[in-house]
Design a binder for this molecule. Sequence first.
Ligand SMILES: Cc1ncc(COP(=O)(O)O)c(C=O)c1O
Length: 389
Amino acid sequence: MTTQKLIKVAIPITGAEEIAAVSEVIRTGNYVSGQKVATFEQEFASYIGVSHAAAVNNGTAALHVALAALGIGPGDEVIVPALTFMSTVTAVLHQNAVPIFADIDPVSYCISPADIRKRLSAKTRAIIPVHLYGNAAELDEIMDIAKDFNLFVIEDCAQAHGTEYKGRRVGGIGHLGAFSFFATKHMTTGEGGIITSNNSEWIALSKQIRSHGMVGRDDHVILGYNYRMNEMAAAMGLVQLKKLDGFNAKRIKNSFTILTQLAQHPDKWYQVPELSDHVKHTFFWCPLAIRPEAGLNTKAVVKKLREMGIEVRHRYATPLYRQPVIQNLSPYPNGCPFTCCTEGISQNYKDLYLPNVETIAGNVIGLPNHPGLNQQNLDYIIEVCNSLY
Ligand SMILES: Cc1ncc(COP(=O)(O)O)c(C=O)c1O
């Protein structure tokens, strides 16, 4: 085995077409609130299978705007998984609402519907299932809970562009969907995000919120932000969207190649994920769990793989309720939303222990699987994984 140049875990795949599309916008000089954003919104909505979309400047803003558009506000409780990127939680805090953490399903790594039921209180207003690593959360059960308790569901699809749940694309099943187009995502606009829905009123409101709460050029009718997507990002998004299915096909093929080969070695240090037959997983991560019996330190595994020329993902290593901003109840200087606008919250973060999140957080790595890899890269990744320990 020969060590080689570092195989990156993720790369943005952009080229001449993206350069041409962005250059065209620069030549016109029309950078904001133009036709590219409007067209991108229509085409992305149609890809997801919904009638409306509102483009914004990143995925965190998409989640924030979605919550604001649904009227989630101070003291409201929003149920979130405790294993995800922190934005799912900070978006809730930005609305001065209270994140209530739920455990995950140990197989899918997505929020557990059974645990959501345990977290409901009189203050619960919404659930944010995250389609983690490109998998899909159990949306049928989550939508049933939402119906029974009159709650909103915002799908966090930042890691799941093109993922399907029972034949439907995620982002079109909950009340609203929120996507990110960060540089390493399935498709990118550099930075960017979008909110998807079949409800025209929520999307119209989202468009107001993203642009200073304005109607026309000078009337600020609601509290808004400057969260607009610019025309260059949208131009790039239009090109990337056309390539998305091709990127995903390659991402899925690469992941299957790696995982099926690794699955032939059941006695190794890793455990390959079990896949659901009603989900089309798009493998934002190619996840590999470290088997507890192997007694390995994940950080050491990550370091070793890097020394061997393979960069891997190793994030969300602690349950999010352990983050200082939550433990110290300190998102804002006056303690809001935890101590200023609510008579106590239904969850005690200090004593919280969600067993599946505790077991899994920090013990899953993501192997390189991006569309830019060749067969030689994949063979090398498999060989290195099997040579360790
Ligand atoms: C699950 C999840 N939600 C939200 C976000 C936020 O997206 P952005 O980085 O575009 O703000 C991310 C970004 O990585 C994410 O992974």
